[in-house]
Design a protein around this ligand. Structure first.
Ligand code: GA4
Length: 336
């Protein structure tokens, strides 16, 4: 990524550095997947936050480390090499521009479709000497993370006491599941010193449109979640764990009981952040509407039914920070 001068930096959004009270740090829910009652803590975390950290997840560290190393190999290539894998359509390599509608961030990334047939050829061919090493690092990692996602969604169904227990996971297990995967590289931004007391936005605030997102990063923090009172809470990095976000579609499926959480990433002046995120989505033709068993007696369904394709189409017309679910709400009762 090209180093920018102070005036050029002004094109990026920055915010006044904000330090939330230290007590907030104790609030991030941690779910031990090996605990017999993991389902109860998952449900509580999704209701209260729409976010939690997962430990004892069973994904081999080797897969996480291998992919991290391969990702760094890619991002350390000369710019002209990386550009051959872009621009994103939406898959492929992208730098600074996020999505098609004018959002920018202090970031470069690779976006991949996780369908095994189409793990983007475009981004992998740049590894002309070792495309297979990169491909297998991506595939091993995604396979293990998918497996963990299925387990989490099944524990969620158990915790919500809904049947069958694969009611949520089957949307991701489906071979037509429209899931995607993102490798995000946030280079350090030393020029930030010039913007004293300010932070540069790496990835602007947004909610994820899918069902769940599974994030893993190296040990550089920067990820922040939005709390109910509007404050931003910095999530301490933990390279050995995963962080789960409820997506918009899961908010709808649970009739607003689970919240899709707004989050963002701030750039660091000194350290490189590398994150990998699996976005678990349903097949394009899947109908998304509150599950009947989750609309209690006397309660109303808060959302109109839509297909994932309709939601996705409308999401790609929006800006990152937009409230994408607004269009699909039945009345003006806003569950957020
Ligand atoms: C946010 C979640 C995922 O990163 C993503 C993003 C997508 C993109 O980068 O192309 C979007 C964004 C995300 C939501 C609104 C639209 C589409 C950029 C954007 C402005 C891959 C996704 O599925 O939705």
């Amino acid at each position: 990524m090209v180093v920018l001068s102070r005036p050029a930096l002004d094109h990026f959004s920055h915010i006044k550095t904000y330090k939330p009270p230290a007590t907030y740090f104790n609030e991030i829910p941690v779910v031990d997947l090996s605990h017999p009652d993991a389902k109860t803590s998952i449900v509580r975390a999704c209701e209260d936050f729409g976010f939690f950290k997962v430990v004892n997840h069973g994904v081999p560290m080797e897969f996480m480390n291998n992919l991290e190393a391969e990702a760094f190999n890619f991002f350390n290539l000369p710019q002209s090499e990386k550009d051959r894998a872009g621009p994103p359509d939406p898959f492929g390599y992208g730098s600074k521009r996020i999505g098609p509608n004018g959002d920018v961030g202090w970031i470069e990334y690779i976006l991949l479709n996780t369908n095994p047939d189409i793990i983007s050829q475009k981004s992998l061919f740049t590894f002309r000497e070792n495309p297979e090493i990169f491909r297998s690092a991506v595939e091993n990692y995604i396979a293990a993370v998918k497996k963990m996602s299925f387990e989490i969604l099944e524990l969620m169904a158990d915790g919500l006491r809904i049947e069958p227990r694969n009611v949520l996971s089957k949307m991701l297990r489906d071979e037509k599941s429209d899931s995607c995967f993102r490798l995000n590289h946030y280079p350090p931004c030393p020029e930030l010193g010039a913007l004293s007391g300010r932070n540069l936005i790496g990835f602007g605030e947004h909610t994820d449109p899918q069902i769940i997102s599974v994030l893993r990063s190296n040990n550089t923090s920067g990820f922040q979640i939005s709390l109910k009172d509007g404050a931003w809470l910095s999530v301490p990095a933990d390279q050995n764990s995963f962080f789960i976000n409820v997506g918009d579609s899961l908010q709808v499926l649970t009739n607003g009981k689970f919240k899709s959480l707004k989050h963002r990433v701030l750039a660091d002046p000194r350290k490189t952040r590398l994150s990998m995120i699996f976005f678990g989505g349903p097949p394009l033709s899947e109908k998304i509407a509150p599950l009947a068993s989750l609309v209690g007696e006397g309660e109303e369904s808060l959302y109109k039914e839509f297909t994932w394709w309709e939601y996705k189409k409308s999401a790609y017309k929006s800006r990152l920070a937009d409230n994408r679910l607004g269009l699909f709400e039945k009345s003006d009762i806003n569950p957020r």
